[in-house]
Design a protein around this ligand. Sequence first.
Ligand SMILES: Cc1cc2nc3c(=O)[nH]c(=O)nc-3n(C[C@H](O)[C@H](O)[C@H](O)COP(=O)(O)OP(=O)(O)OC[C@H]3O[C@@H](n4cnc5c(N)ncnc54)[C@H](O)[C@@H]3O)c2cc1C
Length: 466
Amino acid sequence: MSEQKYDVIVIGTGPGGEGAAMTVAKTGKSIAVLEQYPQVGGGCTHWGTIPSKALRHATSRLGEFNRHPLYRSIGKPAQFSYPELVRTAESVISQQVSMRHDFYDRNQAQLIHGRAHFLDSHTVELRAADGRPKLRLSADAFVIATGSRPYRPEDLDFTHPRIFDSDTILGMPSTPRSITIYGAGVIGCEYASIFRSLGCKVDLVNTRSQLLAFLDDEIIHALNYHLRDQGVMIRHNEVYECVEYHADSVTLQLKSGKKIKSDAILWANGRTGNASDMGLEALGITPNGRGHLRVNANYQTELPHIYAVGDVIGYPSLASAAYDQGRFAGTHLVEGRCDQHLVEYIPTGIYTSPEISSLGRTEKELTEACIPYEVGHSWFKNLARAQITGKTVGMLKILFHRETLELLGIHCFGNQASEIIHIGQAIMSQKGEANNLLYFVNTTFNYPTMAEAYRVAALNGLNRVR
Ligand SMILES: Cc1cc2nc3c(=O)[nH]c(=O)nc-3n(C[C@H](O)[C@H](O)[C@H](O)COP(=O)(O)OP(=O)(O)OC[C@H]3O[C@@H](n4cnc5c(N)ncnc54)[C@H](O)[C@@H]3O)c2cc1C
């Protein structure tokens, strides 16, 4: 078998691989990008971020339309099946794929399809889906950006037509009347919102005592309240025992003795890094129990010429961060140094209903650290823009130092929360005195806007310290 030689090989075309590949390709080095899936874009484009957000947009638009008195006055509520709504994601996916494909072509990064397996620390074999070797390639350096997959417990039959994970849920062939979601992390909560807005009966089973415990308490309570208010049945502190399979339903049995019968189960409890079956162990690169690779601050594994980025290295497991990690690893690989690092506070965007976004420290963290902070609130129901759009559920909360007025945390829920957060991020990421609550009071905002929430929250907070 002939062997092709490159300066750099990137494995995976999700955001992590793309960030690394583009950075390296622009320096003129010869580069091959290996991808086992027939199209570029990674899990992010094909079964994670993009389809779930497109589906969420379609279901929430439908719900909005059906609830709006003006649109309802012209006829019956619109009805679309789950597969029809999933199909709306296809056009977004194909736009993303063609745009990203173009990036590789334009930058002369050679894209080769197949599954990469290391033969030695400088050589990979590319294998077809049936395991047949297709090609052998070697390089001076590698970036592993192979992503992650849903964790599947061994005793659960994922070939059963009523059992899904977050990858296979997109292929569910009809709208379930009821669904049980096991795992109330970000993905579980997002899908609970999606299915509820489709009118399904939703049971959300949480293995912990509260939803999304990393968020600020006030936001956690709001999410709990609004999901329950919409009709989602949330069950905390539950542990899976087994599943009973019936012809027309499935029953999730919990260790507490509860049994939840539904049309389908979505298993959304944990993810595993894609680092196994790649020949890495033989090189001395051993994934941990969650399938994650260990890297240093420069994204180098145990072998310094083999880098790893994105979900395969674990936290924060976000598309946004994966792309940046890829760029930083690519820069270090080419230049031998990289002065850029992930920002200290990575914003969280959670596309539940209501949407959630947060940045920086929570009230609990500040209290534990004995930092004298104060709180400024703005409720969306009092903002003209929210009253016009009818999206009045929501709140922006700013946490700031009561003496210096430095922004310490921003927490938001409601329509467009994940966009709104970035206004505060721009100020909070300033150095020294420029990170100051007074910015929001001393500037003039467009009116009516959701951005105005910052002025309202800042004034509310200042009233508490003056
Ligand atoms: C349902 C869901 C919703 C999400 N929503 C968000 C969100 O709203 N915002 C956000 O920031 N993040 C979100 N994420 C997370 C985000 O999708 C991931 O963090 C991101 O995709 C990680 O990028 P990556 O490049 O590491 O891996 P991936 O995007 O998974 O890409 C990895 C690629 O490597 C390929 N590959 C794997 N092994 C091999 C091999 N041996 N040889 C060749 N190719 C290989 C795979 O086929 C894949 O194309 C979501 C995830 C899920 C599951």
